[in-house]
Design a binder for this molecule. Sequence first.
Ligand SMILES: [Fe+2]
Length: 330
Amino acid sequence: MKFLSAIVTLLAAVTVQANTAKLVLYSSYDGERLAPILQPFTQATGIQVEVVFASSTDLLKQLETEGLNSRADLYLDKDIVYMGEANRKGFLQSFTSNGVTQKVPSHLISDDKNWFLLFYRARTVMYNTQKVNPEDLKTYADLGDPKWKGQLCLRTSKNSYNEAMAAYFIKHFGEIQTTALLESWVKNLAVEPLKGDRDVIAAIANGTCAIGVANTYYLAPIVRDDVTYPVGVRFLEQDKVGAHINGVGIGITKSSKNTAAANAFLEFMVSKPVQEAVAGGFSQYPASKEADMAPILKEFGGFAEDMTNVNAVSDLVPAGIELMKKAGYK
Ligand SMILES: [Fe+2]
């Protein structure tokens, strides 16, 4: 990849004195997907990175079982639900890298500095461009307006993306309004909740429903490759709280003894070339404000995002799960 030489140059300047060190990365993404990042890091620093790849829930179980004897130095996961759970269970320790705090906005860094987002997306409304005037959709509550009866598609509530979104609702609207909002959504469903975000987007495109909720990165590659695809994205809550965001997080595990190398890895991950290449590859927004976003995300337009600390949103996930159940959201 063409960004490799830039990364090597960059890291030559920040190489740590840990040439013999090896880092073990517990990750919900496989090593192949991460290789374009890990290889240049190893080339520049001499630090090997072993990836232990498993599902988020399996990684959390493994961290729990292993405790302080875990081989893990770093934990990388796709979602604030799992990063927050790892933190609440005491599996993480604070990072010390100033590079991270300088480059990543503070709301994307857990207030205890135990984890932060590397890149992120909005979870917001998508709509059929032939049927819907996006001006009619300004808030998450708007999706529950009776005028959308039989026209809303949702993914099942048994999914971390929706758990995090329910937590965001509680943070901003409180439990009573959140329950009412979720109940109004359930009343508007066109079909039973679907399995994945891709199914929601496909159902909007084929007319099964007019509107739905999905992560921006699922739509980005589709409309980049097919400009006629009849689905648009609309960022909600732009007047007040900002759209709900969620992202890929990373933190140093409490068991790590290679904290110098682990901090160097975090610093590397927030460097401009890595942020641009990786966020681009995942179609997500780079956490570092000095990094440029992918052209298709620029086409989606700028938006106001929720500025609540990611850890504070994640702490409300258990309550969010309860309210989705209470509202009859399957
Ligand atoms: Fe996803």
